[in-house]
Design a protein around this ligand. Structure first.
Ligand code: PLP
Length: 238
């Protein structure tokens, strides 16, 4: 742990940005890493503690977005680090689709107590946000036996094919990937049924990294929608 090297308050910029070590990493990235990764700016992060992130050249930045909103405890919280180290030393592989683990139930029990919905709550664990959205789509179809799903323009839900079918934030994210999953309609603003009752959008997903797939967020797109909801193929042209 090198906590003492971090400023009490940041940021602390020591080099021109990006610094010399960062530039070397960027060159390596251009040579060896798939161009499908999208970056907004050339931060080459090395380590973090609390709200501070330090790059490879020793520049320190204040992280106002908590990772990408997934380190709500701050970077490298000692209790989180200790829990990860303990688990890695005890059992580094798990497969919830093949075996049972006590910790899966312990966490699910805790989540069920804080989940902002009426119970009973059962948890599904995913590796990523996009995988949680995939699960929500499958659960919604399985549970309701309906096929249609409404998503909203401007929303980002992930990049795997199912989640991408809902994503409508940047044209670039979908260009050249059609056809996406059928049955998804894209809408501006909130959707209403012809009867005027609001629909619960499947895109109302929890933002936490440990996202609960929400089977209750099923929506029908079976002809009961107003004209401002367009089939997703329309996004191909935008
Ligand atoms: C609202 C929302 N949903 C889904 C995702 C996809 O998550 P992941 O990158 O873990 O697949 C993100 C990622 O930024 C997100 O912000």
């Amino acid at each position: 742990m090198a906590t003492q090297t971090f400023s009490a308050v940041g940021p602390k910029i020591r080099t021109k940005l990006p610094g010399p070590k960062a530039q070397a990493v960027l060159q390596g990235d251009a040579q060896y890493i798939s161009p499908s990764y999208t970056r907004s700016y050339p931060l080459v992060a090395k380590r973090g503690r609390g709200v501070i992130v330090e790059d490879v050249d020793g520049n320190e930045f204040l992280d106002f977005s908590a990772g990408i909103a997934v380190v709500s405890t701050g970077h490298c919280h000692p209790k989180v680090v200790a829990a990860i180290q303990k688990q890695a030393a005890e059992l580094i592989h798990m497969s919830g689709t093949d075996f049972y683990y006590e910790s899966m139930i312990t966490l699910a029990e805790r989540l069920s107590k804080v989940a902002p919905m009426s119970g009973p709550i059962r948890a599904y664990y995913g590796n990523s946000g996009t995988e949680a959205v995939e699960a929500a789509m499958k659960l919604a179809r399985y549970h309701t036996k309906r096929q249609g799903i409404i998503a909203f323009y401007g929303a980002f839900h992930g990049r795997t094919m199912g989640a991408l079918s809902l994503t409508a934030s940047k044209t670039q994210q979908r260009r050249r990937f059609f056809p996406v999953v059928p049955g998804v309609a894209s809408a501006a603003g909130s959707a209403m049924t012809t009867a005027g009752a609001p629909l619960a959008p499947v895109t109302t997903e929890p933002s936490s990294a440990t996202q609960l797939a929400i089977s209750t967020a099923a929506v029908t797109a079976s002809g009961a929608m107003r004209s401002r909801i367009r089939p997703d193929a329309s996004l191909a042209r935008t």
